[in-house]
Design a protein around this ligand. Sequence first.
Ligand code: GRF
Length: 197
Amino acid sequence: MSRIVVLISGNGSNLQALIDNVASGDLGVEIAAVVSNKADAFGLTRAVEAGIPTEVLSLEEVISDGGNRDGFDIELAGLVAAYEPDLIVLAGWMLILSESFLNRFPDKVINLHPAMPGAFPGTRAIERAHAAFHRGEIKRTGVMVHKVIPEVDAGPVVTMEPVPIFNGESVDELEERVHLVEHNLIVAAVDLLLAQP
Ligand code: GRF
């Protein structure tokens, strides 16, 4: 069975979607490990409850130990490689990965971004889409899963889905609908790339 390693930084609701679909048998992969750059990420609790090995590598600690950003990426790559993943899934991973990491896993790293290709790269994408809607600049936002390249939230699209924005809707309401789409799309992307028929 194909193996995935999931990288997270926080809540891990997308990780939970993967865990649930693996548990139900709908997604035929093994989650070999969950890696977080934050020791207090709630996603780590989700992983432990599902019996998945976890790892924490803190950028702040690497730096305070005299390391640098590149050293962090190299150490992270070694840690992930030990689990022999067929695919690495960035699901709410909030650090940009350099070529020091990516070159070790060519074509094997995917990222989830709550916007359409080319739109709102970086953080707070849903909030920025909501504001752009109210300025009359866009009518919809979306979600995409893409192969990771050094450029932030860019790279070949694996799958995407538009999400309409409704008049009078709050950021929180839009965010909730976007997250539901994310939870389906991340599972669909892993299935598309890896799962056996
Ligand atoms: C998601 O919106 C993801 O697209 C973004 O960060 C959020 C993480 O949510 N990059 P969660 O940690 O999976 O709940």
